[in-house]
Design a protein around this ligand. Structure first.
Ligand code: FES
Length: 169
C-alpha cells in the first residue's frame, strides 16, 4: 500500500528546488550586471570623452598682461562619478589685451600638476623633475612632449578654453 503523501512531498521538493534554481540564476544575473556596467562604461568612455566643451575661466580683466597664473575649474567630465577628480586647473598667461596662452596643469610624463616658477621663468614638475620653458616646451627630464595647450576665445568679456581629454603618458 502506497502513502498518498509521498508524491505530494516529492512535488514540493521539486518545486522548491526549481525556486532555488531560479533565485540562483536571478542573483547571478544581478551580480553580473553590477560588475559589468562599470566595465562597459569604462570601455566606452573614450567615445564619450570625444566631447569638447568651452569652459569659462573668468573675466579677462582678472588676468594681468605678462603674468602667468593658475586657474582652477571643474572639468565638464562626462563621467558622473568623477566627483572630486573632476576638479582641475590650468596655467593662464596673458600675452596682450586679447591674446592668451593656456597650458594644462598636468605634466605630459605621468600627469602630475606642474608649478610655475616666475623667478626662473620655468614650469617644474615635482614628481620626476620634469622642466618646461615658459612657452611649454620641454627643457629637461622625462616629459615626452610640451605642455598641452588649450584653444582659447573671449566670450562676453570672459576667457574660455576648449576643454577636452589630455594626451598624457
Ligand atoms: S610626472 Fe612630471 S616628470 Fe614625471
Amino acid at each position: 500500500m502506497s502513502d498518498p503523501a509521498v508524491p505530494q512531498m516529492a512535488e514540493r521538493v521539486v518545486s522548491r528546488r526549481r525556486l532555488l534554481t531560479w533565485l540562483n540564476l536571478a542573483f547571478g544575473a544581478l551580480a553580473a550586471a553590477v560588475v559589468s556596467v562599470p566595465i562597459v562604461a569604462y570601455l566606452l568612455s573614450p567615445l564619450l570623452e570625444m566631447r569638447q566643451t568651452w569652459v569659462r575661466l573668468g573675466p579677462v580683466n582678472q588676468f594681468r598682461i605678462g603674468a602667468t597664473q593658475e586657474v582652477a575649474y571643474d572639468d565638464p567630465s562626462p563621467l558622473p562619478w568623477a566627483g572630486q577628480t573632476a576638479r582641475t586647473a590650468v596655467w593662464v598667461r596673458r600675452i596682450s589685451e586679447t591674446e592668451f596662452t593656456v597650458f594644462a596643469v598636468n605634466c605630459t610624463h605621468l600627469g602630475c600638476p606642474v608649478n610655475w616658477l616666475p623667478e626662473a621663468d620655468l614650469f617644474m614638475c615635482p614628481c620626476h623633475g620634469g622642466v618646461y620653458y615658459a612657452d611649454g616646451t620641454v627643457a629637461g627630464g622625462p616629459p615626452p612632449r610640451p605642455l598641452f595647450r588649450y584653444a582659447t576665445r573671449i566670450q562676453d568679456g570672459n576667457l574660455e578654453i576648449l576643454s577636452r581629454p589630455l594626451p598624457i603618458g
